[in-house]
Design a protein around this ligand. Sequence first.
Ligand code: 8DG
Length: 157
Amino acid sequence: MVGTSEEAQGRPGEPGRLVVAVALVDSVRRVLAARRRSPPELAGLWEFPGGKVEPGEDELAALRRECREELRVEIETGRLFGEIALPRPGWRMRLWLGRVSGGTPVAVEHGALRWLGVDELDDVPWIPADAPLVDALRVELADPVDPVDPVDGSWAR
Ligand SMILES: Nc1nc2c([nH]c(=O)n2[C@H]2C[C@H](O)[C@@H](COP(=O)(O)OP(=O)(O)OP(=O)(O)O)O2)c(=O)[nH]1
């Protein structure tokens, strides 16, 4: 049953963790989504690239590391887009805006990658916890708060 495993709920007394992820936006304002292969309760669901920040690690350094490991790309980050609580005690996830600055994403650890336009965000089953971020991204992609974001003027009009 989904949500009953240790992966979903954590061990009693386990300290929380920070997960950092990035909404990579391309020049035609599509966002990169990645399909998880594991653990079983998340396999097949789609997410933003990222992962756990290691103890003592800088959050954005962790994000760049995860993008190299998972996608084989270099990234530039823009502004912090949002933060959510994950369904595991003490765990939260911070989502940054960003773009690929080097290389082409390859699904090293994921089952698939897709660049989704604003009208395609609902085409994949996202991890349920991500729903508020996906909703906010839908608004952002359709009508950017700052048309010269996400990094330094790279939004394509
Ligand atoms: N990367 C990412 N993780 C998410 C999202 N939504 C969400 O609930 N999560 C959860 C799934 C995982 O429980 C946790 C991220 O852990 P992870 O297993 O991807 O982290 P990691 O790459 O450091 O993995 P590992 O080295 O321990 O294998 O955050 C999302 O959009 N992106």
